[in-house]
Design a binder for this molecule. Structure first.
Ligand code: ADP
Ligand code: TMP
Ligand code: MG
Ligand code: ZN
Length: 190
């Protein structure tokens, strides 16, 4: 039987990593075999763990790209029930072919990542994985400006750069609703 692909997306602070950690706990309690991956670029809280903004964590393997991820997967192939990947937006879109190989080998894959950059543009890798997923869970955060539980965008507090890739936390980004994003940036004014 093939595996299932679940994708968890949303802005920063929307509980994506927390949800991934809950799923990892379920697999741990069920004595299942799994691998947890994170991109090498993510050194925000730890190099060897995935870590939520509340400090909860789980050991993870840092990989520089999808080729390295697949090499490690192949070493364990046959004994695995699931693969968990945090910060999927940091991977190149070619990770999709690797994810397809993993699910068609009978292993469940859970991917977590930002759907949108602070520039309000879709992250291509996340968008493409959402397109082939069995299940997409889209989460919200509390808007840092108005306090409503409807934040769907991450707003960059510090000066914008050309790049949409920049590791960071509260010192750089807040979660905001569309109304507050539009007011803060002046974008999308009618
Ligand atoms: P993500 O991986 O989506 O960035 P995490 O799972 O790491 O999110 O962190 C979620 C936690 O962040 C929440 O449980 C809460 O304690 C904290 N948090 C901080 N700011 C906010 C916010 N604006 N809205 C919701 N949760 C927030
Ligand atoms: P988080 O969703 O677990 O909070 O982590 C998101 C990571 O992505 C964090 O390191 C900041 C980074 N990031 C970007 O690189 N570009 C962006 O546009 C945004 C919003 C975040
Ligand atoms: Mg996270
Ligand atoms: Zn708001």
């Amino acid at each position: 039987m093939t595996g299932k692909l679940t994708v968890i997306v949303g802005p920063m602070y929307s509980g994506k990593t927390s949800e991934l950690l809950s799923l990892i706990e379920i697999y741990t309690l069920g004595k299942k075999n799994y691998l947890v991956f994170k991109p090498a670029i993510d050194v925000r809280y730890s190099e060897e763990h995935i870590v939520s903004h509340t400090g909860l964590k789980a050991p993870a393997i840092r990989v520089s790209d999808s080729i390295e991820l697949f090499e490690i997967f192949k070493e364990k192939q046959g004994s695995l029930d699931a693969v968990f990947i945090d910060e999927i937006h940091f991977f190149e879109a070619d990770i999709i072919q690797v994810i397809e190989k993993i699910i068609y080998s009978g292993v469940n894959v859970f991917c977590v990542g930002l759907d949108m950059s602070y520039k309000h543009r879709p992250f291509i890798t996340t968008a493409q994985i959402m397109g082939i997923a069995d299940e997409v869970i889209k989460k919200k955060a509390v808007c840092h400006i108005c306090g409503e539980y409807k934040a769907v965008v991450s707003y960059r507090k510090v000066e914008e750069t050309d790049s949409e890739i920049d590791v960071g936390g509260m010192e750089k980004y807040i979660a905001v609703c569309r109304d507050c994003y539009s007011k803060l940036t002046g974008k999308f004014k009618q």
